[in-house]
Design a protein around this ligand. Structure first.
Ligand SMILES: Nc1ncnc2c1ncn2[C@@H]1O[C@H](COP(=O)(O)OP(=O)(O)OP(=O)(O)O)[C@@H](O)[C@H]1O
Ligand SMILES: [Mg+2]
Length: 592
């Protein structure tokens, strides 16, 4: 098969193209080899039926229409015509359905793989690649690949065979005339090749622009509140409009280039046909050829035009498909930076001590360290509070514990086990996280809470909601626990979202509790309620809590003050007040 593909793709014998095609065949086409063989069989029959239509022209002209022939011939030929078309129709249907079965399945396989890969990627990958672009890769590029695979296979199978059989008919009727008719072929092939090369480039830009457009749209829809509040509708309309027009004009460019082959081929075919008629006509009148033979030859030539055109465009499709495959594989081949070591330690601790040892961390693409030589101990069963100015590195410390990022130097350890040597799965099972940005899925309240423990019973969910002081407002909603919450929880207030996410943490029942600004969006009354819930939740767990209001951290066993990525001081509330440093200043400034 790879050789065949090269024949059809004479232009791009570039090694990476060959690699790409080989990879597509090896990873995605091979599982369907059996189905493909069956499809090819049907294509072969359909192609042969096409050729026999041309063959039948001779008996029709020379036999049926010849007054000297016997009536018997009429019915034989008519019968043959019915059989031919019957076979042609059914086999065409069969190979079309089969080819679609194959190409649709390949699309699904690629989408499964791609999505699986995305799920394994670490957070920094999603910071580099906006969600709209990833969606576009999974939907648009993969779809372009599907068309290419389907057209390439059908082209190779049906068009190529049909052409071959029809050339057979022509050679059978008059071999000299056939050679004359096809000397022109190499020129046409060279032209088509040139078009294909240009088209691949344009198609790459189209897919990139589409990815940019879908990313822009998803950002605008997500930020629709801001758009409206600041009256930016016109601005966004212009911005999106520009991208839409760009995609449109690139598509037109690709249509103009891609269809250049049509006028050139039409002219060529016209010239050749005129030649055949001229030369063949003299042959018939001199008796060297029957009218039926010339008719059959002409029919075969005219019928060969369609598969030839398809083969010419096949290269275009192939080039755009390969471009898409390149982009999809580039994503699939991205290195995962956070993964399990070869034989990871399975963490199983009831009383985890978390130790930061000279930890340094810098986000990719920034030139300052977000954390610089951070050392502290969060003792098991106790509460450690992180405080300090905005941007000090508090959330970053918390991000290192579930290994959303890995330290660049220094270690984070749980009961002496370096997190880099612990299996991600077992590590994350130990953690319940209430983060700064709460995600609510467009699903029922129950399912949103259940997210942290998929096998939780309804009783457990309601118990968790009660603990998080969420049960009352949930019960008041139209469908109670079955209420759909809308995209990003549009139907909830900020404080309600937080209580849902606290209920998730309660349900998780993990020995490590990470709270990032857990109470920032609450009014006084619900803050007190939630604070109580959190205190109950913290009981017996190793807790690291970030809070801007110092009143909420006074009872912490230890307070760590972070500023510009460094620990300025640490100790209990009383100790820090006595030390009269940054904490005392913040406290007295009334930030409590
Ligand atoms: N994904 C990221 N990529 C690059 N830089 C980041 C990223 N996240 C945070 N930073 C930077 O790292 C530094 C520490 O940020 P961090 O979120 O830890 O601060 P914080 O103490 O939690 O602040 P706040 O109190 O406002 O939540 C900041 O300078 C911030 O700009
Ligand atoms: Mg933060």
């Amino acid at each position: 098969m790879p050789q065949e593909t090269n024949i059809m793709d004479p232009i791009n014998s570039k090694p990476e193209t060959v690699q790409l095609v080989k990879r597509l065949i090896r990873e995605y086409l091979r599982p369907y080899a059996g189905l493909l063989a069956l499809a090819f069989l049907f294509m072969m029959i359909a192609a042969a039926m096409n050729a026999s239509v041309a063959l039948l022209i001779k008996p029709i002209l020379d036999g049926v229409l010849n007054v000297e022939s016997e009536g018997q011939m009429v019915w034989t030929v008519a019968g043959l015509v019915i059989v031919t078309f019957l076979f042609r129709g059914t086999t065409t249907y069969a190979h079309t359905v089969l080819m679609n079965k194959i190409s649709q399945s390949i699309v699904a396989d690629i989408q499964h793989h791609l999505f699986g890969k995305f799920m394994d990627m670490d957070l920094s990958f999603f910071h580099d690649n906006p969600s709209g672009q990833l969606i576009s890769r999974v939907i648009n590029d993969v779809n372009v690949m599907r068309t290419a695979v389907s057209d390439a296979m059908t082209g190779l199978g049906k068009s190529f065979l049909t052409l071959l059989f029809l050339i057979g008919v022509m050679v059978y009727q008059d071999w000299q005339l056939s050679i004359a008719a096809f000397v022109i072929m190499p020129f046409a092939v060279a032209f088509v090749a040139w078009i294909g090369r240009r088209l691949r480039k344009v198609s790459g830009s189209i897919q990139d622009e589409m990815a940019g457009l879908s990313d822009m749209l998803s950002q605008i829809f997500q930020g629709i509140r801001q758009v409206k509040a600041y009256g930016m509708e016109d601005y966004e309309q212009k911005r999106a409009g520009k991208a839409i027009d760009k995609v449109c004009s690139l598509n037109m460019k690709s249509v103009r280039i891609g269809n250049l082959s049509t006028p050139v081929n039409e002219i060529l075919v016209g010239i050749i046909m005129a030649g055949i008629i001229g030369y063949g006509g003299t042959q018939v009148s001199s008796g060297e050829m029957t009218g039926g033979e010339l008719g059959s030859f002409l029919a075969a030539f005219v019928m060969a035009y369609e598969p030839m055109k398809r083969l010419a465009q096949l290269n275009n499709k192939l080039q755009t498909g390969l471009g898409a495959a390149e982009r999809v594989f580039a994503l699939m081949d991205r290195d995962i930076t956070i993964f399990d070591v070869a034989t990871p330690y399975t963490l199983n601790e009831n009383k985890p001590n978390i130790v930061f040892n000279n930890v340094e961390f810098q986000y990719e693409g920034t030139d300052v360290k977000a954390l610089n030589k951070i050392s502290f101990i969060a003792e098991s069963g106790k509460v450690l509070a992180l405080v300090g100015p905005s941007g000090g590195g508090k959330s970053t410390v918390i991000n290192l514990i579930p290994r959303f990022y890995d330290t660049q130097s220094g270690t984070v350890e749980i009961n002496g086990h370096n997190l880099k040597e612990v299996s991600l799965n077992s590590l994350r099972r130990h953690i319940a996280l209430v983060s700064q940005d709460i995600t609510i899925f467009d699903d029922t309240v129950s399912n949103n809470i259940r997210y942290s423990k998929p096998d939780a019973t309804q009783e457990e969910i309601e118990e968790a909601a009660r603990m998080a002081y969420a049960h009352d407002f949930i019960s008041n909603m139209s469908d109670g626990y079955d209420t759909m919450l809308g995209e990003d929880g549009v139907r909830l207030s900020g404080g309600q979202k937080q209580r849902i996410s606290i209920a998730r943490a309660v349900l998780r029942d993990a020995p490590i509790l990470l709270l990032d600004e857990a109470t920032s969006a609450l009014d006084n009354e619900s803050e007190q309620a939630v604070q109580k819930a959190l205190e109950e939740l913290q009981h017996g767990r190793t807790t690291i809590v970030i809070a801007h209001r110092l009143s909420t951290v006074q009872n912490a066993d230890k307070i760590v003050v972070l500023d510009k990525g460094e620990i300025v001081e640490q100790g209990s509330h009383v100790e820090l007040l006595k030390a009269n440093g940054m904490y005392a200043k913040m406290y007295h400034a009334g930030l409590n």
